[in-house]
Design a protein around this ligand. Structure first.
Ligand code: ZN
Length: 133
């Protein structure tokens, strides 16, 4: 199974409102959704660029994954999400090939999509997400 496209790029930001202003005023994109994902301790904002989204991530808790990421590495690109026809199958196939998984099974992400993460130690330093219906 291979990805159909890059579903989104996740970007960790310190201040969601400031970052939204940049994407709207400088890049001319339109924020079409803001959503809190309680589970992940983040507030997200979405922009569409062709078929691909930009997902801004602001931490709601310094101990959450984005809070820790910003503490350790500063704001910036956090992950890349590939659109997969079947996230569960794609995760299983990656595991079979020896890739370390963060999520053994798909879980619910923003926008009601199924998501699953591969460990960056297995993906050349890029936190990789599979994302699908
Ligand atoms: Zn994502």
């Amino acid at each position: 199974m291979k990805p159909t496209h890059i579903e989104h790029i996740g970007i960790a930001v310190e201040d969601l409102q400031q970052a939204i202003r940049y994407y709207e005023d400088v890049l001319g994109l339109e924020c079409y959704a803001i959503e809190e994902v309680v589970d992940q301790k983040v507030k997200t904002a979405f922009f569409m660029v062709g078929q691909t989204k930009i997902e801004l991530l602001e931490s709601t808790d310094p101990e959450g994954p984005i809070g820790k990421f910003i503490t350790n590495r500063g704001p910036g690109i956090h992950h890349i999400a590939f659109a997969m026809p079947d996230v569960g199958q794609a995760l299983a196939a990656a595991r079979e090939k020896g890739v370390r998984l963060i999520d053994e099974k798909p879980r619910k992400g923003a926008e009601g999509l199924h998501i699953g993460f591969l460990h960056p130690k297995s993906t050349f330093g890029v936190l990789t997400e599979f994302c699908g219906e």
